[in-house]
Design a protein around this ligand. Sequence first.
Ligand SMILES: [Fe+2]
Ligand SMILES: [Fe+2]
Length: 326
Amino acid sequence: MHFTENAHMSDLIHDDYRLLQVISRFGVSLGFGDQSVAAACKASGVDTATFLAVVNFIQSEGRASVDELAEEVSVAELMRYLQRSHAYFVDFRLPAIRRKLIEAIDCSAKNQITFLILKFYDEYAAEVQRHMEYENDHIHTYVQQLLDGKVPTKHTDYSVLAHQHQDNHSSINKSSHELKSIIVKYYPSDSDTQRLADTLMDIYIMEEDLFSHCHLEDTLFASAVHLLEIEVKAKAKEGGTTDNATRRNPSVEVTSEELSEREKEVIRLVVRGLSNKEIAEKMFISANTVMTHRRNIARKTQIHSPAGLTIYAIVNGLINLEEVKL
Ligand SMILES: [Fe+2]
Ligand SMILES: [Fe+2]
């Protein structure tokens, strides 16, 4: 469904409950009775066209024409929306899930896996936070300069900044997949199963929400900023678009290949805290070979981080807890 400014605000939520998040992140208060989208946005001081562009983008699962929607949006309003979304993830959603996770896995138990799962979660949350801080501090600062009419220099433009941006998006998606996988496969048997399942559902929902956020940045925001760059440059004279990837989920390679003895040895050394160089010296192999082993391990286990490998190594009996460098 394509919403217009005459639609009832309440119909948006009835049609797609995820739009509740969009409404609240734009700062539109609930309790809008039978108000239309235009009236509710006006009452909250929100740009209706930008609000509708985001609503229709999300509601269409990103299939709406980005170029057309980008023409409609106010970059300043869209950036405020993204910043409120960052605050929501970092200050509210991630800490709330952490609290639920602690309750579910009972951190008072002697089982060290609980500690490691929590550590893994904290690393994931820190990665998301770093990413969002980078956007607030660098990308949005750059966009604000454009909004102030400052012409970008030769070496700075949004497509350059966005390239790094998109790499981070795939890394976040990969980490989130790994987090779920580790909890599903290795959760301690003395955990509260109901609470843990409930927490996992929250992680799935947050992952979808985060994916949608990243996708919006990579497509609608990127296109709108690109148009703004053209406008600012043109004004200055008188005065790249990004890769609009539409993957619904990061690709996940499923494999059940066994680890070789050499790969298991590499895992043992990684979880003891050795660097690739130290591993190479200890195993009498080159650093390149260590890297190849690590790539193969990541492919076979679907685990990429040392914290994740530590959990894997303990659960699979590759190493004793005492040997782990926590
Ligand atoms: Fe973001
Ligand atoms: Fe992002």
